[in-house]
Structure formats: structure tokens, C-alpha cells
Design a binder for this molecule. Structure first.
Ligand SMILES: [Zn+2]
Length: 161
């Protein structure tokens, strides 16, 4: 897994709340983390304050950073200023061996070569270039729970094989 800077330039960064901040902090350091319940062992993603099965306490664990595409969509039109120059791009739902699915952008793969079951690996983007104040094109902030800006993002790329 590697960390790249500036390849997200011009696009909005998440403004995570306190529950999700550790995920983005880890991503900024090149680590993929998710939560696991200390009571029942259920893996949980997206970040939540309590276990979705038993309401137990969650702890952050390190994920292996690899998975398979569960489903995907090709975005061919986006009216947002930040995204219109990026089309077509691929958004994937990745199934991780830890037992959760994560949504993210697929990079380094032409849209017509993506397929369900494709093995992928996490790719991290650091947010050193974060400038704040970006919007998703609608004029609305990307989050109204603005805490600290995300330190990193998780993208996905195919594992050569
Ligand atoms: Zn639980």
C-alpha cells in the first residue's frame, strides 16, 4: 500500500465527524482501518459509535487493505465543477476479507475493464493540499459536521494478476 499526495487536487475532501476521524487519520498515514466489536466480534464499516449488532464498544483494527469488487458503477456525467473533468470514473463497492464493504473510487483502471470480483488494493491519498471551503458543486458544504479536515482518503486500484 502506498500514499500519494495531490492526486485528489481540485476535488472536495470529507470533513469527518469525531467518530469517523480516526479512519481518515489512518488513511493519511497509509493504513486502512475499520472497527470491530469487542463484545461480539462483528466488523463494522462505516465508522459508528456502537456495534450494529449488540451496541457493544468498538475498537479500531488494521485491515489487510485488499479486497474484491462487489459491485461498481461508471460515472459518465457529473455536473459538479470539481468532478466534471474526471468523467468517466468508476465508483466501486469493495468487499474486504474482514467482513465489511467499503465504497470508493477505482483508479488506474479503464472503465471498460472493471468487473465484479476483480481483486483490488487500497491506495492512500494524503491531504497535504487540502484547502478547505470546497463544495460538491451544489453550493452546499461537503459536511455540516465540520470537524478537522480528513488527513487522507482511501482509493482502490486493481491488483495486477
Ligand atoms: Zn457487537
Amino acid at each position: 500500500m502506498s500514499v500519494q499526495a495531490d492526486c485528489w487536487e481540485g476535488r472536495p475532501w470529507p470533513l469527518p465527524d469525531a467518530v469517523a476521524q480516526p479512519f481518515f487519520d489512518a488513511a493519511g498515514c497509509g493504513r486502512l482501518q475499520l472497527q470491530r466489536c469487542v463484545n461480539c466480534g462483528t466488523a463494522v464499516f462505516y465508522p459508528r459509535p456502537y456495534c450494529t449488532v449488540c451496541l457493544g464498544e468498538l475498537q479500531w483494527i488494521e485491515a489487510c487493505g485488499k479486497g474484491c469488487i462487489y459491485t461498481f458503477t461508471v460515472i459518465r456525467q457529473n455536473l459538479s465543477r470539481a468532478w466534471r473533468g474526471q468523467v468517466p470514473y468508476v465508483v466501486v463497492m469493495v468487499e474486504l476479507p474482514e467482513g465489511v464493504r467499503m465504497m470508493g473510487n477505482l483508479v488506474a483502471c479503464p472503465a471498460d475493464e472493471v468487473h465484479i470480483g476483480m481483486p483490488v488494493e487500497a491506495l492512500f491519498v494524503s491531504s497535504s493540499a487540502w484547502t478547505g471551503g470546497e463544495t460538491a458543486g451544489s453550493g452546499e458544504p461537503t459536511s455540516d459536521r465540520a470537524g478537522r479536515p480528513a488527513r487522507g482518503l482511501v482509493l482502490w486500484h486493481p491488483i495486477p494478476g
